[in-house]
Design a protein around this ligand. Sequence first.
Ligand code: PLP
Ligand code: COI
Length: 343
Amino acid sequence: MAKADASKLDWNNLGFEYMDLPYRYTAHWKDGEWQDGGLTEESTLHISEASPVLHYGQSAFEGMKAYRTPDNHIQLFRPDQNAARFKRSCERLLMPVFPEDKFVDAVKQVAKANADFVPPYGNGGTLYIRPLIIGTGGVIGVHQAPEYIFTIFAMSVGNYFKGGLTPVNFTTSAYDRAAHKGTGQAKVGGNYAASLLPAENAHENGFADCVYLDPVEHKYIEEVGSANFFGITKDGVFKTPKSPSILPSVTKYSLLWLAENRLGLGASEEKIDVNDLDQFAEAGACGTAAVISPLGGLEHNGKLHVFHSETEVGPVTKKLYDTLTGIQFGTVEAPEGWVQRVE
Ligand code: PLP
Ligand code: COI
């Protein structure tokens, strides 16, 4: 694959595709410790055919973004939260923890080294940053890997869901994403492999993605394969599912806080019955890649429940979007410690 060339990118029409940017950060774990890491131009990994990541899915990742501010600085949104979640994911899969402060520093190095690829302010584009750890080395029994590669690469991106702020429709899935005491709270590769078929089924039926229900009763909303779910009740409460098998989303916790402290809404993490969608005036999906994607309708058991509208974003969702993205791009005052400048 050819190296990406920033001068050839169409900033107004970025999708969500891999790009081979000039620099990534790579560190190796060997002989029981992290070796010196650093920036490299090498985008191909060479690993043993018996690496546990290949057979047994020993891998975890993160998703973060770097934002260009109107005065041309580059900043990160709550990178400490991603570092902390990455640590928890690694612990769940018995992988060595990359120190959290070094994680944030390495993310900054990658954003800075690829600064030409952080889209200009104004069109919503960002630098999507993907930290990844994989278990490598020759192991064929089901054991943790003897060696690991930690890498952080990046790419310029636009919308994850095609509509942007135009609503999309989702359908519920008959499959489970994760078990309550499984790996749903960890950002590990296997969760995403398991979501490919359900998502493909949803696409074939004309939906942008699917919403998983709880793995016990198939009654409560869990999340989307790539984002969390939220709804705005008719009496002004920002509600998002509480479940032990969904990903603790940095965006979701930020929105819960902003709903209460900046928008004067109620905010609640609680079980959301898929048969009780009438309580909501608006709904959406939220996440780093998805940002906030308004949900036009949710199909369940063959019936499409339309929230605010299938074509227009609702007023509260729009306010949440403007507040969140304003903080991320530096045009709205950030709560203490939420943004970190790269340069
Ligand atoms: N849920 C899943 C399954 C995800 O993959 C993501 C994306 O990271 C999210 C939720 C949203 O999490 P965050 O807001 O931390 O990006
Ligand atoms: C993210 O929002 O960062 C994600 O990881 C979602 C998806 C691209 C897997």
